[in-house]
Structure formats: C-alpha cells, structure tokens
Design a protein around this ligand. Structure first.
Ligand code: B12
Length: 456
C-alpha cells in the first residue's frame, strides 16, 4: 500500500490533574473521518488515545467501570508544568500507555498527513506529545490541527503545538480543501467541485466504524446553543443553533445499533430539550416504536425549564436511566447575572416531574459550578444543600475560564489573566486554586459536602 493513500486521525492524550471517561469520544474528528471516507480515496487509520478499551494486556489495567459505561483511565504520572506547581495534585497523562501508542504507530503505514484534534484548550500538552511522537516515527509528515483548543487559542496553537496547519472553527468545509492542497489533488474525489455542507444535518455520520469501542457512542442531535451564559464558549465554537431532522437522528441511531452493536449513547447537545415537541420527543417516539433497547446519557446537562410531565415520561420509557441537569448555583441573583438560563424553582419542579415519572433521586445529578469569579464558599455550600433538599445528587463542575467568553473578559480586566496567558491556566483546577476566593481547605470541605461525607 502506498503511504500516499493513508491518513492518520489521532485524538491525543489528556494531560491533567484528574480525568475520567465520562462517555468521552472525539466526535468532531469522527465527523471529519466520515467526510473524508465519503469524498476521498484515502485509507484511514484512527487512534483514540483516550479509548482505553484497546489497552494491551501487558499493562494489567482493569478500568473501574460502571454499568452505564463510565470508566477510569489508565494514567502515567508526568512532570507537573512549572506554572501549575502550586497545585497539590499529581499531574498525569491519561489514556493509552505512551509505549502502546508508539507501537501502534510502528504498525501503520506512513501517512500522507495527520489530523489531530484537542477537545479542551488546556490539554494542549497532549497535542505537543503526539506531534513529537509523530515526527519521530514519520519525519516531516504534514500535521493538521483543529478542534476546541485550535479554535479558542489559535495563536497559541500556531506557535506552540508543533502542527504545520491550524484550522479554526467547524472543519467540515475546510478539511477537503486542506487535504487537496497538502497532499495533491488526486486523492480527493470531487477535486474541482468540493462539496459544501450547508448545515449540521448535511454531514455524513461520524465514522464510528473506525473506532475500537462501538458499544458506547456520543452523538449530537443539535449544534450550538440559544443561551448566552457568561462562562460558556458554545457560541464561539458554533454561532448558529441548529437542530437536526429527528428522522435522520433516529436513522443514524438505528444504523449504529444494527451495524456496530451499539448499546449506549451519550447525547453531547448543549440544548437537547429546546423545541422538544418537534425535536427530542419526535426522536423518542420513533425509538419507542423501534425498540432498540439502547441506554441514553446526558452528560452535558439538561435544561430543567424544559422538563414537563410528558417529557419526563418519555425519558423514563426510552432508557435514560441517569440524568444530569444544569443548575450551576441556587443563588438567583448570580444566576440572573450569568445568563438567566434557569431558576432554582424550575429545577425543583423538574425533579418532581421526573420522580412522578418513576426516576429515583439517586438517578438525577444536578451540576453546580465552583470557582467562578465572585463566587464564595457559602454560595456553593448553599447550592449543594439546595440540591440535596430536593433529593437529587449535587455534581461539582469546576470553572474553566474560556477565551472569548464574558467571564474571560472580566478576568482580563481585573488583571487575573492576560490575553496571551498560557492555556494551562484555563485548567479547571488552576483557576479554582489560584484566584478564586476558596482556600484549599474550603475546596476540600465543598468536595466532601457534595459527596455527602460530612453529613450525619
Ligand atoms: C460535549 C462536551 C463535553 C462532554 C465531553 C466531550 C469530550 N469529548 O471531551 C462532557 C459533557 C463530558 C464535557 C465535560 C467537560 N467540558 Co465540555 N463540552 C462539550 C461541548 C458541549 C461539545 C464538544 C463536542 O464534542 N462538540 C461536537 C463536535 C462535533 O465538535 P468539535 O469537537 O468542536 O469539532 C468540530 C470543530 O472543532 C472541528 N474540528 C474538530 N477536530 C478537528 C480536527 C481537525 C484536523 C480539523 C481541521 C477540524 C477539527 O471540526 C468539527 C466539526 O465541525 C463543548 C461546547 C461546544 N458547544 O462545543 C464543551 C466544552 C468543550 N467543554 C468545556 C468544559 C469546561 C468542560 C469541563 C471541564 C467542565 C467541567 N468543569 O467539568 C468538562 C471536562 C471533561 C473532560 N473532557 O474531561 C469547555 C471547554 C473549556 C476549555 N478550556 O477548553 C467547552 C467549550 C464548554 C464551555 N464551557 O464553554 N464536555
């Protein structure tokens, strides 16, 4: 096989203080793989460094796995970056062992180009490590980087990642042209008339058939978000809120179930419940008829205002057995200032409907943000108590300051961050440890409280 015919798509490791496989899949890269498969003659090699289901037996790693598919990662301690030295935690490379990735690379033909993604800005050390390894194995092969880090920290990615080409924003209308320019015209089928994807629904399905793990997938039924929360970058990553045709979503789900043996699906949507009568409920009605017996997950948090008795019954009937709801804080003034996405009473009402539909409180987690500028310990503790008083589980999400958001601008204005600060400082623990009003002891107390450990 000629090396000219191969492309390598790689999702790098996570370098972090903590990481957990919360149904993590490199969905953006898999979408691009779907397009490349359909419109080029390249053979694709796909390596997901965060897929520990393919870990070699010699590492004797048994992930702590929950029945719902969440699991722990294999990890190797690495030296902590100087900038983060004050954080009293070990710094690790999470995902497949480095040596295993190295030997996988030895077994594949030299590619004509390598495509990398990076799903969090502060995981860029994983990109650097991957580029270094790729250079060691394949010399000057062109490396193209895209994804969340490339989009939100483009200057940093251009100067520090080691990639030859950094593409920002949605990649579907850029990747074929980039491949054509980098590798020569002959591999891209529609050379003179490249396809244009006018919307999210026109993309081919993500190419999960390339993945080692096809039993648990992530999908999106919509892209973007209609809300304007001060801490969120959704609008910077995708300006329009677009919902897919429910029939196409169902067809895709059934295709994965039939052909790949898929058992569980995590919905990555930012706003899964918007226009529910003509969107999610239509999808669930069809699935209830077709009965694939799949289990569904909502790690990105459902919008409580949209949960009514009808939706609650559909969720219960269709295999959603653990739910994540977004609240962020029970402080109404703070909620109003950060985007007015939800009110505490809407969460209380949603929980009642969900319980009436048969969900137990233990199946419902409610996200609470920790560490935002101006937040204090009491606000977080009150929020935890509020969620507990409703009989649900509080789930802490530590604040990551994301470039381009309103909170980011505030942190620049207050001098906490500079526009060219190292993206490592966007690590969700960095901000909480360095500049929030919480001491390490406060953070410990908050963590224990959320876990219910200091309660009699
Ligand atoms: C789904 C999601 C999750 C999932 C997991 C996703 C994953 N695989 O890691 C869950 C719910 C578990 C999650 C958790 C968290 N998340 Co999150 N998440 C998202 C979300 C909503 C969508 C990401 C996604 O998969 N999009 C779908 C695919 C199709 O899009 P994409 O990857 O961007 O790919 C497109 C382009 O980027 C491009 N592209 C991608 N790769 C490549 C490669 C090449 C070569 C090219 C050319 C182009 C290209 O083309 C693709 C197609 O258009 C984003 C917000 C958003 N709307 O994007 C936040 C977001 C990425 N998350 C964020 C945060 C803060 C978190 C948490 C830290 C929250 C917390 N405090 O706990 C955790 C960390 C979890 C972890 N990874 O360990 C932040 C990022 C922060 C940062 N500094 O980077 C975001 C931006 C939301 C926000 N707050 O603004 N998240």
């Amino acid at each position: 096989m000629s090396p000219k015919n191969h492309l390598l798509l790689l999702n790098p490791w996570a370098y972090d203080f903590t990481a957990y496989n919360f149904w993590l899949r490199p969905l953006g890269l898999l979408y691009l793989a779907g397009i490349i498969k359909q419109y080029t003659d390249f053979d694709l090699d796909f390596i997901d460094c965060l897929d520990c289901s393919q870990i070699d037996g010699v590492y004797h790693f048994r992930p702590k796995e929950r029945p719902d598919g969440r699991s722990s990662f294999f990890k190797e301690e690495v030296s902590k970056p100087e900038l983060l030295r004050h954080i009293p935690r070990k710094f690790c490379r999470y995902g497949l062992p480095y040596n295993q990735v190295e030997s996988i690379l030895e077994q594949i033909p030299p590619p004509a180009a390598v495509l990398l993604t990076c799903t969090l800005t502060y995981w860029y050390p994983g990109v650097q490590a991957a580029v270094e390894l790729i250079r060691k194995k394949f010399g000057g092969v062109p490396v193209i980087l895209g994804g969340v880090y490339a989009t939100l920290c483009a200057d940093h990615a251009r100067s520090q990642s080691g990639a030859d080409v950094v593409l920002t924003g949605p990649g579907e209308n850029q990747i074929l042209l980039a491949l054509k320019e980098i590798t020569g015209r002959d591999q891209v089928k529609a050379v003179d008339d490249l396809p244009v994807f006018p919307d999210f629904d026109s993309l081919p399905s993500p190419a999960y058939e390339l993945s080692h793990n096809t039993s648990i997938l992530a999908l999106m039924t919509s892209r973007g978000c209609p809300f304007h929360c001060t801490y969120c970058a959704s609008r910077l990553l995708c300006q329009q809120f677009e919902q897919r045709n429910p029939e196409k979503v169902v067809a895709e789900i059934m295709y994965f179930w039939r052909t790949l043996g898929t058992e569980q699906i995590a919905f990555y949507d930012d706003a899964l419940l918007i226009n529910k009568d003509r969107h999610l409920i239509k999808i669930l009605e069809a699935l209830a008829r077709l009965k694939p017996g799949l289990r569904f997950h909502t790690p990105n948090g459902l919008h409580p205002r949209e949960i009514d008795p009808v939706l609650a019954r559909w969720l219960k009937a269709c295999g959603f057995d653990s739910l994540f709801l977004s609240l962020e804080s029970s402080n109404t003034a703070w909620l109003a200032e950060t985007g007015a996405k939800v009110k505490p009473e809407e969460v209380a009402r949603a929980l009642n409907y969900l319980k009436e539909a048969g969900f137990k409180g233990s199946q419902i987690s409610v996200y609470l943000l920790v560490g935002l500028p101006g937040q204090d310990k009491k606000q977080v503790i009150d929020s935890i108590e509020f969620v507990r008083s409703l009989g649900a589980r509080p789930r802490l999400a530590y604040f990551s300051p994301v470039p381009g958001t309103a909170d980011w601008s505030r942190l620049l204005a207050s001098g906490h961050l500079k526009s060219d600060s190292d993206p490592l400082l966007q690590n969700k623990l960095a901000f909480t440890y360095f500049w929030s009003q919480f001491t390490p002891e406060d953070l410990d107390e908050i963590k224990k409280k959320a876990a219910g450990k200091n309660e009699s």
